[in-house]
Structures are given as C-alpha cells and as structure tokens.
Ligand binder design. Structure first.
Ligand code: ADP
Ligand code: MG
Length: 226
C-alpha cells in the first residue's frame, strides 16, 4: 500500500514537472514562431539581424531548460564510479573561470585534507557544482570573493562548502529555493537547485543553506564516501 502511495506521489510530481517544462518551453517557442512569421513578411536585412539575435537567445533558453532536465533523466542510468571529488570541482572552477573574471569574482579553492576517492556519479556531481558555483558568481555582479572548501568528516563523508559575498537571500527566498522554476533572475531557469537537490539525494547526501541579504550565502554539501 505504501509503495502504491509513493508511486502515485512520484507520478504526480513528474506530471507537475512535465507541465512546468511544457509551459516554460512554450514561451520561447511562441516568440520564435512569431519572429519566423515576421521574417517571412519583411525582406529588410537590417531587421533580420535584430530578429536573429532574439531568436538565438530564445533558442538558448530552450537549450538551458532541456539540458537541466537531461541530467535528471540520466539519473536512471546509474553510472556510479570511484572518483576524487576535488578533481571534479577543480574542473568546474576552470570551466567557470571566464565567467568569474567577467563579474570580478575571485574564487579561492581550499582543499583541506587528503580527500579519498568516493563512489559517485561524476557527471551529476559536476552539474551540482556548476550550478552552485555559478549561482555564487551570479550573486556578485559587482565582484567579490567565493570560497570553496573541501574537507573530510572522519572518513565518513566529504563536505564541500561554498561561501559567497553576494546579494544573499531573504527568508522567503530560502524557503522557495529548489522549487521547480523558482528564480529571481531575469534569465534564470529556476531549475538548478532542484536538480542539485535531486542529485545529492541520489548520493544519499544533503545540502544545507545559510544566507543573509547583502552579506552572502553559504551552501554546505555533504556526501557520504561509501
Ligand atoms: P536560477 O539560477 O536559474 O535562478 P537556481 O535553482 O539555481 O535557479 O536558483 C534559484 C534562486 O535561488 C535564484 O534565482 C536566486 O534567487 C537564489 N539563489 C541561489 N543561489 C544563490 C546565491 N548563492 N546567492 C543568492 N541567491 C541565490
Ligand atoms: Mg542557478
């Protein structure tokens, strides 16, 4: 009986998500088809240039939304392997270097102990740190520091803490974070933290957050080693 209940709850979550995705994709698709229509009606090259730009940014938006969902879907392939989490994080920091520099953000990576390799899904964890670190960078449009500390908790779990000096979050935002499509950004998808939570859950870990408006945000991710 309990199984049936769990299953129906899961299906309704999936249904809600699917409805949300359809809705979020409908907007850019509507914009795109409107511009295709406009382009058919005018031959002016100059206005075409302008249409192309809007079309490209709307396409980028659809790609962003589908990308976040692809990672969630991949969860079912269970590609767990032994990997050093610090290598994943170093790679992410490298990938986000240009974006950090653009915002004037200085990333300070501290690897405190000799972190053992752990059983994990490296692709998914990469996605988690991409989003968390990117959120930190985006919270500091006027620059600042972003600390990333990696340490072990008595050989039981690895703890990754990111601390930014960004805009912070109100109590209300903190309760809504991770709800599908909740975003305060003009070009946000509001899917990042939901995906992060699902991935960390599938690793039997946990995410905790502390934040203060105009002071900054601390995100703590704990993942068991075995
Ligand atoms: P997105 O980044 O697309 O908005 P996320 O799920 O990654 O979606 O984040 C949801 C919201 O949580 C953000 O729009 C922002 O309001 C808030 N948030 C997340 N991380 C931070 C942070 N480090 N500092 C301030 N706000 C944050
Ligand atoms: Mg995000």
């Amino acid at each position: 009986k309990e199984e049936a209940l769990k299953r129906s709850e899961m299906l309704s979550t999936v249904g809600q998500l699917a409805a949300g995705v359809a809705h979020e994709i409908k907007n850019p698709v509507t914009v795109l088809s409107g511009f295709v229509q406009l382009m058919r009606q005018s031959d002016e090259r100059e206005s075409h240039q302008f249409y192309y730009e809007i079309m490209q940014s709307e396409l980028k938006r659809i790609l962003m939304i589908t990308n976040e969902f692809l990672v969630l879907g991949k969860q079912h392939t269970y590609i767990f392997m032994k990997k050093k989490i610090q290598l994943i994080i170093k790679e992410v920091v490298l990938l986000l270097k240009a974006e950090a520099e653009k915002n004037g953000v200085n990333i300070i990576l501290k690897i405190k102990d000799d972190i053992p390799a752990m059983i994990c899904n490296p692709d998914q964890l990469k996605q988690v740190f991409m989003n968390v670190i990117k959120n930190g960078i985006e919270a500091m449009p006027n620059g600042g520091r972003l600390w990333i500390d990696i340490k072990v908790d008595g050989n039981k779990s690895v703890i990754i803490e990111t601390i930014d000096e960004g805009c912070g979050m109100t109590k209300e935002t903190l309760t809504k974070i991770g709800t599908p499509f909740f975003t305060t950004k003009e070009d946000g998808t509001g899917l990042g933290m939901m995906v992060c939570q699902k991935i960390i859950e599938s690793h039997h870990g946990k995410i905790t957050m502390e934040s203060e408006v105009n002071v900054g945000t601390k995100i703590k991710i704990e993942v068991p080693i075995k």
